[in-house]
Design a protein. Structure first.
Length: 493
């Protein structure tokens, strides 16, 4: 690569930095001026809007005063007085904003305007509006007392609102509109000036900086091409090595996946052989229960039955996980009335809940859903068992809600709750929160993992909401079999 002289490089860098500085200063100046004009114009537009509202309110108050003058019914007169009081309050608030007297609760003040329409000149607007508001307040006071307004004063208010006051307000709106149009013209001129200055600076840059830089770039381009050819040859060698390593990794990954599938298929197909020893243990345990036993032997038999039950649950859960991973489980969707399933599970788990001093309730429903009956039953069963396992007091509630074409089966509990960082971990295998000893007699941490895999297989979304110390709700979304299905129990907990 042909080196650039130190002096030349410094001079080119200095010119380039100077040009960028000029562009930045010009852009900043244009931005500041534009923002200032835009701010002034926004204020003018707000003033025009508030002035137009004040003009409308002056006509509205005049109309209400005319109606009060002719009203004879006390109820009608009281209602007109209330409406006149509201309109007068808004009229007075707009006047305070325009004259610069508004408080913080009424919005930012918009005045006094630069041409001071309110306090100076031969006929200032502030005393006219103030007197008009005072006259309106007297009419309101008479209406509040149940008296008709003074006809002469009512006529003066109407004549003032529809005559001189309206003309002055229209003049003020017209004056602000003229100032707004002048601001637009100023903005246009500033934008044009900024554009011309920027174009001029760019032209100077093109002649004084970029032309020398392009010549230097052309001188170096040939050398860069030669370097590129060298790099390309090196890349070709590197790409070949990458392809070889990728093929090796793909082969290793394929072998690992095949081994994993083989393991899952083995466990899935070996379930009968694996369960035979457990059935034999159960038979022997039953025979022992029928024999006379000492107190110590009875305690040991109880522990043996608990260990047998825990081992059976662990084996069944592992086999379920393996079947799901190996793909041997195929959903068989059908139209399923939900009420018999919930009644069956309520009857099945009531004894277990009462043994812990808990209340278990399934809210009745006449919904019909579309799902695999056996797999959906396993999902709800695991959720109810999990809720009872982690609830120490209170109860468990099972109910349904409909949202669109989906029925959401919800299992509430009043247990310890789940912390936010743990709400995804609970669906992993062998995870038991706040259970360092991992008591196998109360669960092995596979129930929710099976729920997650079954729900994914069925295409049923599963969500969890929880408040620590108050409880948790798991929900499963199941498609309705028909849109005419009605679901009760929308007042869950």
């Amino acid at each position: 690569m042909i080196p650039i002289g130190t002096t030349t490089a410094r001079w080119m860098t200095l010119r380039y930095a100077l040009a960028l500085t000029l562009i930045a200063l010009g852009t900043l100046a244009g931005f500041v001026m534009t923002e200032r004009v835009i701010g002034q114009h926004e204020r003018m537009l707000e003033v025009v809007n508030v002035s137009g509202r004040q003009r409308m309110l002056s006509q509205r108050t005049a109309l209400l005063v005319e109606q009060l003058k002719s009203a004879t019914d006390p109820a009608v007169r009281a209602d007109l007085g209330r409406r006149l009081d509201e309109a007068t309050g808004m009229f007075e608030a707009t006047h305070r904003r325009l004259s610069g007297q508004a408080g913080p609760e009424e919005g930012p003040p918009l005045g006094p305007p630069p041409h001071d329409l309110f306090y100076s000149g031969p006929d200032p607007l502030d005393p006219v509006v103030t007197g008009h508001i005072a006259a309106l307040r007297r009419v309101i006071a008479a209406a509040s007392a149940g008296r008709p307004p003074d006809p002469a004063e009512a006529d003066r208010i109407t004549a003032q609102a529809l005559g001189p006051l309206l003309d002055r307000l229209e003049d003020m709106v017209a004056l602000y509109q003229e100032e707004g149009e002048a601001g637009f013209q100023t903005l246009h001129r500033l934008g044009l000036a900024a554009l011309l200055i920027t174009l001029l600076i760019l032209a100077v840059e093109a002649l004084a900086i970029f032309r020398p830089m392009t010549r230097q770039v052309r001188r170096q381009f040939t050398e860069i091409l030669r370097m590129a050819e060298t790099i390309e040859r090196a890349n070709a060698t590197l790409e070949q090595q990458v392809r070889e390593r990728t093929a090796e990794l793909h082969t290793a990954k394929t072998a690992a996946e095949q081994a994993h599938r083989a393991k899952s298929r083995f466990l899935a197909h070996a379930s009968h052989d694996l369960q035979q020893p457990l059935q034999a243990i159960g038979m022997f345990t039953g025979m022992l229960e029928r024999q006379p036993q000492s107190a110590k032997a009875a305690a040991l038999l109880t522990d043996l039955k608990a260990a047998q039950r825990s081992m059976r649950d662990l084996l069944n859960a592992i086999l379920d996980i393996s079947k799901l991973e190996s793909g041997v489980v195929s959903p068989k969707p059908a139209d399923l009335p939900l009420s018999p399933l919930l009644d069956q599970l309520e009857a099945e788990f009531t004894g277990q809940a009462e043994a812990k001093g808990l209340r278990l309730r399934a809210i009745p429903t006449d919904a019909v859903v579309r799902s695999d009956p056996a797999l959906l039953e396993r999902i709800v069963r695991n959720l109810i068992a999990n809720a009872i396992r982690y609830t120490e007091s209170g109860g468990v509630l099972v109910g349904c809600r409909t949202r669109g074409d989906t029925l959401w089966i919800e299992v509430y509990d009043t247990g310890r709750g789940i912390a936010e960082p743990d709400r995804q971990r609970i669906f992993e295998e062998f995870v038991q929160l706040d259970r360092p000893d991992r008591d196998r007699s109360e669960g092995i941490g596979l129930g929710l993992a099976i729920v997650e895999r079954l729900a994914r297989l069925l295409g049923h979304p599963v969500t969890v909401r929880s408040v620590e110390g108050r409880g948790t709700v798991f929900t499963v979304g199941v498609p309705l079999a028909g849109r005419d299905c009605r679901v009760t129990g929308n007042d869950l907990m």
